[in-house]
Design a protein. Structure first.
Length: 256
């Protein structure tokens, strides 16, 4: 039976746009921003920052070398990193609150201090609640010292949270990260790159998932449901598809 839900942050909790981030760093003056930034796994000083190998001050100094010698401030650098994020549908946060009544919730993210300075502050949501209010614990690459998809970050999570992979559902929009988690025994789900992620709203069991090869997802985004926790049969998303103002969420097969 599934007892733990583990979410990626960027691309799962908060939708992201690599193109938007590239433009933000380009405006900061970073040469070759398009070649330096990735959606799932950074390189160079960007990767060193997310691995915790360099401090923010060191990152800004090295970033300055890519900006023609002008070292950007903390706030300028922070705003450039936040260029990744395209907005937050806060109905998802309400779903997380409900899920936390039945499961332990964790974040496992390749990220950095600039992004988390925003996410872990009241500015994260319109209700003034930070990301930490919705999860039991955040596991962040720059604090752990390693990024996904390397095994060490998953091993750290398993040991520190005292969980079993077989009782845990890992949700990440990076196929490589999902593959690594699956090989360690996690139940896994890689959502489509639609910008909206379906959240499981009914109890999940390993046997059910394997038997039906489908995760049971409810219509949490159906604007005509007064109760977002109204359970629906997998695949029955007709009304959500035709009446929403934003892209609807569809149940998706997960091959175990």
């Amino acid at each position: 039976m599934i007892k733990n839900l583990i979410f990626d942050f960027g691309g799962v909790i908060a939708p992201i746009s690599r193109e938007q981030a590239v433009e933000a760093f380009r405006q900061l003056g970073v040469a070759g921003a398009d070649q330096r930034l990735d959606k799932y796994h950074q390189t160079g000083i960007f990767q060193e920052l997310e691995e915790g190998k360099i401090t923010p001050d060191e990152f800004q100094e090295k970033l300055g070398q890519l900006c023609g010698g002008r070292t950007p401030s903390w706030e300028e650098t922070r705003q450039a990193w936040l260029g990744y994020f395209t907005g937050l549908d806060e109905r998802l946060l309400d779903c997380l609150k409900e899920l936390r009544k039945r499961y332990k919730l964790f974040v496992l993210s390749n990220t950095n201090p600039y992004v988390m300075d925003w996410a872990c502050s009241p500015a994260f949501s319109s209700k003034g609640k930070p990301l930490t209010d919705y999860f039991d614990k955040l596991y962040l690459s720059y604090q752990i010292g390693v990024t996904k998809p390397y095994r060490q970050i998953f091993d750290f999570l398993i040991a520190d949270a005292d969980i079993l992979p077989s009782e845990s559902l890992f949700i990440d929009d990076g196929a490589g990260n999902v593959k690594a988690a699956h090989e360690l025994g996690f139940q896994t789900y890689c959502p489509p790159s639609s910008g909206h992620v379906p959240i499981p709203c009914t109890p999940l069991s390993s046997s059910e998932t394997k038997r039906h090869n489908v995760l049971p997802y409810a219509k949490i985004w159906n604007g005509h449901d007064t109760n977002p926790w109204h359970d629906d049969k997998p695949g029955n998303t007709h009304s959500a598809h035709h009446h929403r103002h934003v892209p609807s969420v569809h149940p998706s097969s997960v091959h175990i």
